[in-house]
Design a protein around this ligand. Sequence first.
Ligand code: ADP
Ligand code: MG
Length: 604
Amino acid sequence: MKRLTPVVALVLFAAAAWLLPYGLDRYAIHVVDVAVIFALLGIGLGLVMGVAGQINLAQVAFFGIGAYACAILTTRAGLGFWVAAALAVLAAVVVGLVVSVPALRVQSHYLGIVTLGLALAFINWITNAALAGKSEGISDLPVPPMFGIDLSSEYLFYYVELVVFAVALAFALFVVRTPLGRRMRAMRDDSLAAGALGAEIPLLRITAFVLSGLYGGVAGVLYAGLIRYVAPETFSVANMFLLLAMVIIGGRQSIVGCVVGALALSLLRELLVDFSVYAQLGYGAVVVLMVVFAPTGLAGVPRLVRSWLRRRKGRDEGRRATLGSFTPYEPAPVRGGGVMLEVRGVGMSFKGLRALDDVTLSVPAGEIRGVVGPNGSGKTTLFNIISGFYVPTAGQVLLEGRGIGGTAPYRLSQLGVARTFQNLRLFGDLTARENILVALDRTRTHWIWRYVLLPWGVVRHDRDLRRRADDIVGRYGLDDFADAQPKSLPYGIQRRIEIARAMAMSPRLLLLDEPAAGLNDEEVRQLAAMVRSIRDSGVTVVIIEHHMGLVMSLCDQVTVLSGGRVIADGPPAEVAVVPEVVEAYLGEAGYLNAETQDAQEVTR
Ligand code: ADP
Ligand code: MG
């Protein structure tokens, strides 16, 4: 039944869309034709901005490139409509590629300014270039030929649009629900963490802009074929803003939301055509209200209503969810043996501040190594170097004997380095399961050519990932929380999801940065069992921890940092009595006898 409902809904929608022109007069069908084109633009903007988190105010320029290229190639170069159309889409894609270059350097509002500048440059060019017909634009485009069907009829053109739109929507939904879309959403939520999980951020950003260029180009070509006249005002900043309003009101993180927003606002614009000045003000006001009160847009309303109803029905429902127990891994021999991680004379300075100074340590494969030290002693900095976020200013790091200086985080994750973060870096708008799915996907980004040439291969890969995600969710006792967003969950559960996510990468070296921070005693005990089992499964673990009880009982060896230097190194019991160590902790009296101390207090 549950499976049938979407199919029935889809059939009804398709039938309604197919029959729609029979009920419309000539003007109304024109409005609908234009609305569908804006819906295509909305999908493109939704992909780049909502899904990939790249602010793109040049979408209207992609649209314009598609339309103008088509107009110029047909009227000036005398090409046939469809040949011109294919080249025009290609041109828009190439421009998308070019616009993505600034996104490799700047983000957020800076990117907004840069892309807006590019859009303005485009408008400036079409208004002044003789080739583009200056402010008069280009008219008399040919009617697109199609097996004798007269596409100068806007009724018949509607069906061409409908087919293109259906394919475009299906492809966008396919992307969002499979590995590429998940990676883009992960990048949107936290590009640093996504990088550490194997996402090639630059390539992903380029891909996002290329997709929006593709959708913009297709919309432009359809516009050229429909109106057969292009002029600068269609591609103005006012229309860019309208498009932005469509996507924000509809709900930029949801592709269907973008479509609904685009269709609704297109129709509304026609209704308010006599009040266009006030209408602009109205859109502005609605956008501001949406951003403040409903950042998920119309698409987020069902969820808001559902959670409101749930809260009304009974508050305790959420409490029934419980964290299950962890199922230990099968013990396995350590692969390779020898030294897993070697840090040789590493130094790190931040504008004069020496965070690390001549740090040397060596971690044998299959060991649990503790790293302790007062706050600010450089522990996290050491992890950031090992996982590729920082390039050390001196010394080198070797992973299984291989130098990794300057290796990007995504490469290191492929070489088997996984980490968690002191301040938790889960992807907040992805579910717990999706967080794990992102980590499970070990393909390189260029693998995504399959989306075009081998889509069923993508489906198969995704199905396989989901099966493995179920296993991990079960192993870590997360069944009750798998479909919740991490930000809504208690701290201890988030910590566990982060470990599950790191282990989903099948690492050889696991770096845990203060995993016990904020956990209660029972949770700390569970954590210890978990880390031991991870080690027994053949993974080498380095753990930064303040909870001394945990360090003493868990670690084979402990390295003590103070002021960026190693002041002691050895088995826990020996390290605890080294005079320098005792002295380093004097400020935090009794620190080393923390077995009796409350973990929360220590980590503050
Ligand atoms: P710990 O994890 O041991 O508490 P950190 O490694 O986070 O310590 O920090 C060590 C020192 O380096 C601190 O003084 C911190 O302010 C400094 N530091 C860390 N990262 C940066 C950075 N990106 N820029 C400037 N200073 C930094
Ligand atoms: Mg730290």
